[in-house]
Design a protein around this ligand. Structure first.
Ligand SMILES: NC(=O)c1ccc[n+]([C@@H]2O[C@H](COP(=O)([O-])OP(=O)(O)OC[C@H]3O[C@@H](n4cnc5c(N)ncnc54)[C@H](OP(=O)(O)O)[C@@H]3O)[C@@H](O)[C@H]2O)c1
Length: 247
């Protein structure tokens, strides 16, 4: 009996020692998307353990051959978000998700619900920072400029993102909100000239790769905690080429 117990304890210790250490991971929501995927690659370059939260239906093509962990669930399913966070206990969470479906789904809520599920789970498991991608125009930002160019700053989409921001802001969890104005159509060559400003009237363009890069400068950065930034790149001039439905 004693031998059996010793063998069991030894086996358990061996298993525990070979299991991946994930308590210090970064979880990326929207990891399979155009903005999420460059975050994942850059996090790996920084030596981070990355957990991609994906749906059962998600194409993992953009993450092919990357040495990452997967958590499967749906941002609109609170239990699956909590289960993923309880399993991996991420230190930092990055939300680069976007409601899929383009213009046809613009009036359908998504962002506030997704954010509630992330924040509520983060409170349970203890996340030090949630970095989210939001939009210029949310909560009155750059309102004058956007109205001048005929953009509807009162749309359901913008209000939905505003609710998401407010929920995060009031949650007590460390956070950084990064708003983008106009994203370059993909594929877009990064310029290396992207930057963040605290001016909530700023409106500019940026590539997703540069956006990921400047966003990660805020990760674990005390200066960025509790802040809202607008992302831009002054070197992007002239008309955007290609075609992509704005969200
Ligand atoms: N200002 C602009 O010009 C502009 C243009 C486009 C986007 N944006 C903003 O930029 C950000 C990123 O957009 P993007 O175009 O890079 O995104 P994207 O390529 O459309 O990717 C969206 C990601 O969100 C995930 N997702 C959607 N619904 C989900 C759900 N219910 N549960 C879990 N994951 C879900 C998708 O997973 P699946 O692979 O499973 O679908 C995908 O990984 C968003 O905030 C968007 O609003 C701004």
């Amino acid at each position: 009996m004693r031998d059996f117990v010793s063998a069991f304890v030894f086996g358990f210790l061996l298993l525990a020692s070979t299991a991946p250490v994930l308590a210090d991971s970064v979880m990326v929501f929207g990891a399979t998307g155009q903005l999420g995927a460059p975050h994942v690659r850059m996090l790996l370059d920084r030596g981070e353990t990355v957990v991609a939260f994906v749906r059962t239906t998600s194409s993992r093509e953009r993450l092919r051959n990357l040495n990452i962990q997967y958590a499967v669930g749906d941002l609109t399913d609170a239990a699956s978000v909590l289960a993923a966070m309880e399993e991996f206990k991420p230190r930092v969470v990055i939300d680069a998700s976007a409601r899929r479906g383009g213009m046809m789904t613009r009036e359908q809520p998504f962002y506030a619900e997704a954010m509630r599920n992330i924040v509520d789970a983060a409170k349970v498991t203890g996340v030090s920072q949630i970095i989210i991608h939001s939009s210029v125009g949310v909560r009155g930002s750059a309102k004058k400029f956007l109205e001048e160019v005929g953009y509807n700053t009162e749309s359901q989409n913008i209000r939905d993102k505003g609710e998401a921001e407010t929920y995060l802001e009031n949650s007590g969890v460390g956070y950084t909100i990064i708003r983008n104005g106009l994203l370059e159509f993909e594929p877009a060559e990064p310029t290396g000239n992207g930057y963040l400003v605290e001016d909530i009237n700023a409106f500019g363009r940026i590539t997703r790769t540069d956006l990921a890069s400047v966003s990660l400068e805020c990760m674990d950065n005390a200066d960025c905690q509790g802040k809202i930034y607008h992302a831009q790149d002054d070197s992007l001039i002239g008309p955007r080429t290609g075609s992509e439905e704005g969200k």
